[in-house]
Design a binder for this molecule. Structure first.
Ligand SMILES: [Ca+2]
Ligand SMILES: [Ca+2]
Ligand SMILES: [Ca+2]
Ligand SMILES: [Ca+2]
Length: 476
């Protein structure tokens, strides 16, 4: 059952009995923009490792069928501009002192006790947007986008914590999903965090699921669409995230697993040994909160960890470099703002050596700040970051080339009901900002990007937790 509803900017998800189809002719007269009028409140994060669990409620009986919301091109989000301005200025110090309650003038931010200029990211040109909604049975805490049934198109798995289930949504045709199977995990409670990738080396996508209470990571091997729990990795207790990584020095190509948790020891490493088996390394403590990037930052193919350092006296990015025998401290980078929510790493500035840049999300009295450290050489960054102002305080996200122009973009969540894409300029900066209205705020764990409909540009997939909807956002 598929229904098309004409909407303005503020999306509506229909529930309950189906109304007759509406004509797609009136063009959505309620068009507004929300790139600048949302309150820029700080996120309710009071501890270095905040619990981000949404409230889990008992699931109602499942609804069936997709509800697709078509947004008329004349009523899309975004602010109309004629050109995309390429940022040209980098950080410069104005000479004013700040800190200790002394704020910087408008248009500046405090970095290391001095006011520095902040570049405002301009809005992107308007594009047409189509949101498609598909019902979920349970409220999800985490979402992955991967080919789970081996037919080459992208499916979705979401974690349903209240029943220790993974809920699969199977892609059936261009951008359409239907409910798939429910995959049972070892019984536990609390937040479920998912990661997807080939964990046993047989070429198909497997899943790893970290559960909050139960203290395990379940490894689920894909056998032609049937899922077997191969390994249950005893983990640290408490809330954690699981990441696929290459930690091995031998580069066998088998994924390893890294968990970052809130209870000591906070970092766990399991080396893939083939067939879905894993060998644990000794877990250890590192001052990293959940917003870590798991990326090779120094060009040796081993994945490193970059994340907000909750032990630093001031806001800082901590770098853990993976060596042959384990992780070693790779130093810290001081940042501006009040608290770093997330650190991401990627090749944001085109250079022959593919040096990796760092991007961090934070907030200051002026609102949302994106902090960019340009790579000088592999694993080394200019200590003075470039600061760019976003319209929203961004709580977390991912780097992906959404518009398929060859430059990494930032897809980010906010505490507001909006999803923000900051398009990379390929020179280490962010060219423009695109804001997509949502019904509810989303989280970094509920964001994924991929070419769902094989049309080239990538779709953004997220979930509306209160409405129990899978949301696919397509720009035309
Ligand atoms: Ca598939
Ligand atoms: Ca596999
Ligand atoms: Ca590395
Ligand atoms: Ca791009």
């Amino acid at each position: 059952m598929l229904r098309w509803i004409t909407l303005g900017v503020v999306g509506v998800v229909a529930c309950g009995p189906s109304p007759p189809p509406e004509n797609d002719t009136d063009g959505g007269s309620s068009s507004t923009t929300n790139t600048s009028n949302g309150p820029m409140t700080g996120l309710p994060m009071t501890s270095p490792l905040p619990s981000t669990d949404p409230t889990i409620t008992t699931a109602d009986p499942p609804t069936t069928g997709a509800v697709t919301t078509a947004v008329d091109p004349s009523a899309t989000t975004g602010i109309e501009t004629d050109t995309v301005t390429m940022p040209t200025s980098a950080t410069s110090t104005t000479g004013d002192a700040c800190g200790g309650g002394v704020e910087c003038p408008f248009g500046q931010a405090c970095f290391e006790g001095q006011c520095v200029t902040v570049e405002v990211i301009p809005p992107c040109p308007v594009v047409a947007v189509v949101d498609s909604h598909f019902p979920l049975v349970h409220e999800p805490t985490s979402l992955v986008l991967a080919d789970l049934d081996g037919d080459k198109d992208l499916d979705v798995a979401t974690g349903a914590p209240e029943l220790s289930l993974i809920e699969v949504q199977t892609h059936v045709s261009e951008g359409e999903f239907v409910p798939g199977e429910m995959v049972a995990l070892v019984a536990a409670t609390g937040f479920i965090h998912l990661a997807a990738g080939d964990l046993d080396g047989d070429g198909d996508v497997d899943l790893a699921a970290a559960q909050e209470l139960g203290s395990d990571v379940d490894v689920l091997l894909n056998n032609n669409g049937l899922w077997n729990i191969q390994s249950v990795l005893d983990s640290q207790s408490g809330l954690r995230r699981v990441h696929l990584a290459n930690a091995d020095s031998d580069g066998l190509g088998l994924f390893d697993l890294i968990t970052v948790g809130e209870a000591s020891p906070t970092v766990g490493v399991w080396l893939g040994s083939g067939g879905g088996g894993f060998q644990p390394e000794s877990p250890f403590d590192a001052p990293l909160s959940f917003g870590v990037g798991v990326v090779d930052v120094n060009g040796d193919l081993r994945h490193d960890l970059v994340g907000p350092d909750f032990n630093a006296s001031s806001n800082a990015v901590r770098v853990l470099v993976r060596g042959a025998g384990g992780f070693v401290d790779g130093g810290a980078l001081a940042g501006p703002g009040e608290l770093l929510f997330q650190v991401l790493a990627g090749d944001l500035a085109d250079d022959p050596d593919d040096v990796v840049e760092l991007l961090a999300l934070t907030t200051d009295p002026g609102g949302g700040l994106v902090v960019l450290w340009s790579g000088k050489e592999h694993g080394a960054w200019d200590p003075v970051p470039r600061l760019m102002r976003s319209s929203f305080v961004l709580s977390g996200g991912l780097l992906a080339d959404v518009d398929a122009d060859g430059n990494l973009d930032l897809v980010a969540a906010s505490s507001e009901p909006a999803l923000v894409v900051l398009h990379g300029d390929g020179f280490g900066g962010l060219a423009c900002e695109r804001v997509f209205a949502l019904e509810s705020p989303t989280t970094a764990e509920l964001l994924a990007v991929g070419d769902v409909d094989f049309q080239g540009a990538h779709e953004i997939v997220t979930a509306d937790v209160p409405l129990r909807d899978l949301v696919v956002i397509k720009t035309l």
